[in-house]
Design a protein around this ligand. Structure first.
Ligand SMILES: Cc1cc2nc3c(=O)[nH]c(=O)nc-3n(C[C@H](O)[C@H](O)[C@H](O)COP(=O)(O)O)c2cc1C
Length: 389
């Protein structure tokens, strides 16, 4: 790839420590349900450095022995560190789920999801609705941290990922951050939107700065709207956060992890790859999926990535349509070979929104949820309704 534009001076970037885990470049792949499976993590890892978190798995479903959930909690043969996100709603299953993940999957890091805005989840008081109930939140975090500590004496750090709060009138992040720190989490990630914002508007990075000021004893990771390398450096400059969590920016663009390393090390930004290179990455991604789940399931899963890979590239409607229904690996190779391999994406498309953009919409909460903050009322949600955070 050709080097063109200059980037800003390197930050004096320190490695990120999440408990005993040293992350050389302070970048974390955001957990994304239906996306960050082992093949996708392998692909992203090949381009860059950082920590790559699994899809979310439900604590309760793990404890109940759901085969499907245990499959989601699998790792690539040489994948280290093994990082997984737990969806937790009740204090009863969390400790057991943590113990099982350490015992059966030998995980190196457990993150907990307190950021999901999906209505089926928040109406049960789970996901991003949960930190409002501060005692319940504290109990859950405590159970997870003590289960991990008891088994591994601190080898497996527990972290949390949350939003700013439920809406502008009900912020929870500063208090939840202080509670989580006191309970011994190893890092706190903030997606700088409220539940009711969903994915709309812009992430409010000022709230990352506020959290960083309020919670000083553990690394704070900023999340929201990092579309290319420069955004990550800017987020760290502007908020003082210790690392970044990158989600939608790498959809159809796993080479973002190389851009992030370049940006943090002060190297000039590269031009976006020509279509021919994108085509190679697409086939590599499909091959990894085929190896993981077999061709039929792989192609089904891969189809959801195709429009992201095409973002900005003038490949035409017909190619997009064919890719969206591509039945086999051989067909994929044929389709991606059709457009001119030298074409570049339209200017500015590197920061085009990929993945979710919906919202705002009023948060759906259990009846009376906001009236009481210190009860331990919870619904035992098995997390099957969840499709994202
Ligand atoms: C398809 C998709 C699935 C997601 N699934 C999860 C999830 O399982 N757990 C979670 O904490 N966040 C989830 N998220 C939210 C992201 O981790 C991230 O917080 C959000 O996309 C904002 O970051 P970004 O602007 O870099 O995308 C999901 C987002 C997307 C687009």
């Amino acid at each position: 790839m050709t080097v063109t534009t200059a980037t800003r001076a390197p930050l004096d970037v320190e490695p990120l420590y999440i408990g005993p885990l040293k992350v050389d470049v302070p970048v974390v792949l955001a957990p994304m349900a239906g996306v960050t499976n082992p093949p996708f993590r392998t692909l992203c890892r090949r381009f860059g450095a950082g920590l790559y978190v699994s899809e979310m798995v439900s604590a309760r479903a793990l404890v109940e022995g759901s085969e499907k959930t245990w499959q989601l909690a699998e790792f690539g043969a040489d994948e280290r560190p093994r990082s997984i996100q737990l969806f937790v709603t009740d204090p009863n299953s969390v400790g057991e789920a943590v113990r099982m993940l350490i015992d059966r999957r030998d995980v190196d890091h457990i993150d907990m999801n307190f950021g999901c805005p999906v209505r089926k989840v928040t109406r049960n008081g789970a996901g991003s609705a949960l930190p409002w109930k501060r005692k319940l939140f504290q109990t859950i975090v405590r159970s997870a941290v003590s289960a991990a500590d008891d088994m591994t004496a601190g080898r497996v750090p527990v972290t949390i990922k949350m939003r700013i709060g439920i809406d502008d009138q009900h912020h929870t992040h500063l208090e939840a951050g202080r509670i989580a720190q006191a309970e011994g989490v190893a890092a706190i990630a903030l997606h700088a939107r409220t539940t009711s914002q969903w994915y709309s508007g812009r992430a409010d990075w000022d709230e990352i700065a506020r959290l960083k000021e309020a919670v000083t004893g553990v690394p704070i990771l900023g999340n929201g709207d990092i579309w290319w390398g420069e955004d990550a450096v800017r987020m760290m400059w502007e908020t003082g956060c210790d690392g970044v969590v990158v989600g939608r920016g790498c959809l159809g663009k796993p080479w973002l992890f190389r851009e992030l390393v370049d940006a943090f090390e002060g190297r000039p930004a590269r031009t976006a790859p020509p279509w021919g290179e994108v085509a190679e990455v697409m086939t590599e991604h499909a091959d990894l999926l085929v190896e993981w789940v077999g061709e039929e399931r792989a192609m089904k899963q891969f189809r959801r990535h195709t429009s992201w890979y095409c973002t900005g590239y003038p490949v035409g409607r017909e190619i997009r349509r064919l890719l969206a229904t591509v039945p086999t690996r051989a067909d994929l190779a044929e389709i991606v070979a059709t457009p001119d391999p030298t074409v570049l994406p339209a200017a500015g498309s590197e920061s085009a929104i990929r993945g979710h953009s919906q919202g705002p919409q009023k948060a759906k909460l259990p009846e009376g949820w906001l009236d009481q903050r210190d009860d331990l009322v919870h619904v035992e949600d098995d997390g099957r309704a969840v499709s994202g955070g």
